[in-house]
Design a protein around this ligand. Structure first.
Ligand SMILES: [Zn+2]
Length: 240
């Protein structure tokens, strides 16, 4: 079976992309909006701010200081912000919780924004980039009432293009790593044929968790088939 462009690739630490700590300082500096509540991540009752999406300051610091970002080897524009472990596992759970839509903009701002800026720099533009969310599974979308990748993408850019669609398939989480690789690309396809002149020249794929890179590779291939010249991808976390 032919291998996709990213299959079998590994992510490695990208020392040139350091965590954007000033964002945290800015958020923590907005003391006027403090209230006490229990943190969505650690459960401790503490001072929370709406700007932190229901997470307490120490948990946000844990997320920011977790290992990352990671760059997909031999693919210069595919980044995962953090390793999928520790606080990040819980943060992704909160992100997908139907009651917590406010987590997406916070996680996008804290973790994806610095990488989004690097993409803008590498493409030498300050314009909003066209975001293509990697569609969540139909079952997941139905159960939580939203698609977390779309929420993340909207927090980054006002320009969205739904160029990739996803049909029903076996849920990735019940499969082994090998099965995921086989399964990952099979149910993604171009969402619609659009006239060549309407295809964005550059796009950025956005998703929450990456495991093998096969899904991202398949989506990138679809974008190229549609006529996209350059694409990048921003993921919140990578399972290493
Ligand atoms: Zn906490």
């Amino acid at each position: 079976m032919p291998r996709g462009p990213l299959e079998g690739m590994t992510f490695s630490a990208d020392p040139s992309a350091s965590p954007d700590v000033p964002i945290l300082s800015r958020l923590l500096g907005m003391l006027s909006l403090l209230r006490t509540d229990s943190c969505e991540l650690c459960g401790e009752t503490s001072f929370l701010q709406d700007e932190l999406g229901g997470f307490c300051g120490p948990c946000v610091e844990d997320i920011l200081s977790a290992p990352g970002p990671f760059l997909l080897e031999s693919s210069p524009r595919v980044w995962a912000a953090r390793e999928y472990s520790g606080e990040m596992v819980q943060a992704i759970r909160v992100l997908k919780n139907p009651g917590h839509r406010k987590a997406a903009p916070v996680l996008a701002d804290l973790l994806l924004r610095p990488l989004y800026r690097k993409l803008q720099e590498s493409w030498m533009t300050e314009d909003d980039l066209v975001v293509v969310p990697v569609p969540a599974s139909p079952a997941g979308r139905r159960s939580r009432g939203f698609d977390q990748a779309r929420l993340l993408g909207r927090a980054l850019s006002s320009r969205e293009a739904l160029l990739v669609k996803r049909s029903r398939g076996r849920a990735q989480k019940v499969l082994s790593r090998e099965e995921r690789r086989e399964n990952a690309g099979s149910h993604f396809s171009p969402s619609r044929r659009i006239p060549p002149e309407a295809v964005p020249r550059r796009v950025v794929l956005v998703d929450d968790v990456v495991t093998t890179g096969a899904t991202i590779g398949r989506c990138g291939k679809i974008l190229q088939e549609l006529g996209v010249e350059e694409w990048g991808a921003l993921l919140l976390a990578v399972r290493l």
